[in-house]
Design a binder for this molecule. Sequence first.
Ligand SMILES: Nc1ncnc2c1ncn2[C@@H]1O[C@H](COP(=O)(O)OP(=O)(O)OP(=O)(O)O)[C@@H](O)[C@H]1O
Ligand SMILES: [Mg+2]
Length: 356
Amino acid sequence: MGRLALEGVKKSFGGVDVIRGVDLAIRDGEFVVMVGPSGCGKSTLLRLIAGLEPVTAGRIEIDGRDVTALEPVDRRLAMVFQSYALYPHMTVRGNMAFGLETARVPKPEIDAKVAEAARILALEPLLDRLPKQLSGGQRQRVAIGRAIVRDPVAFLFDEPLSNLDAALRVQTRHEIAKLHRSLGRTAVYVTHDQVEAMTLADRIVVMDAGSVRQFDTPEALYHRPADLFVAQFIGSPKMNVLPARAADGGVSILGGPPVAVPLPSRGRAPTQLGVRPEHLEFAAPEAGALTGTVSDVEYLGADSIVFVAHAEGTEVTLRVPGRAPVRVGEAVGVAISPAAVHLFDGEGRALAGGER
Ligand SMILES: Nc1ncnc2c1ncn2[C@@H]1O[C@H](COP(=O)(O)OP(=O)(O)OP(=O)(O)O)[C@@H](O)[C@H]1O
Ligand SMILES: [Mg+2]
């Protein structure tokens, strides 16, 4: 129960292609997070899965059954939105029961389901309150409760935490993770938040302009991004990307001394080198693969972000533990560990490298 499959799904609005042929196979019980830039089609794809919009082409299956032409109620999915859209004149209990009442579920069954959802979400003391008497986090829990009572085969979440403040986001994120562990239901979850994506997901879908760039585990996206887009989208601060070319004994960045990265023996030549800020270290100016001048230092407590400007006009970002041992204006070298290097060809496709 809860297997979702999308095959060649497309959606156009008035001739504009918003979803350009998406194939996805989501396993039963899997927590899948969708990320991508604003406007890339995440909400649209979720609405297509839910049946709130008809597809322009393609097929959607739930547990092997073609549901492409089915109404939302017949798909047995539950959607939780960013705006909780609770009925303001109904209590928490009333809000959770409403969908079941309209579906004419017998009263004792409704009571049992609401009680169970309230227990899971720790909403029992709040059942007789109105939405206006709740905090944002509590309202979002009611919205999730409304989804739980329907006993869906899968949950669809569209940025459910983005209206909450930072502390409440963290807390509610833990609650969603716990909920998923206890219910074991398939979830498709859209977010803009890197931490939510990395921590909640079994697998992450990275979307760009209506297409899936990569669908893989958080580890794979971080260590083995398929292309430059994914490489720079996952990770914060984002991966440094520098012009590079094959040189004797490895790859040279901006004409500097070669970094000893093993190159693919034949085929596409590397034109760009990627390395994450946390995989760079300071070195003596003459010893680094790169040299430059420190242009800014951001001290964050546990670590510091340092920006180094290279003479060629490029800038690299380093993340170093604690307080950085450098000052703005200082000339520094930057050492690159070959094991942490990603190489890309002229079309931005990954060639080799990263931690495998
Ligand atoms: N009903 C509609 N009619 C016309 N265009 C639409 C409609 N719904 C969405 N779009 C367009 O489709 C594209 C994708 O929108 P969508 O809401 O799916 O993006 P998103 O990835 O969820 O973005 P965000 O991260 O900002 O929420 C956008 O360019 C949007 O303007
Ligand atoms: Mg959206």
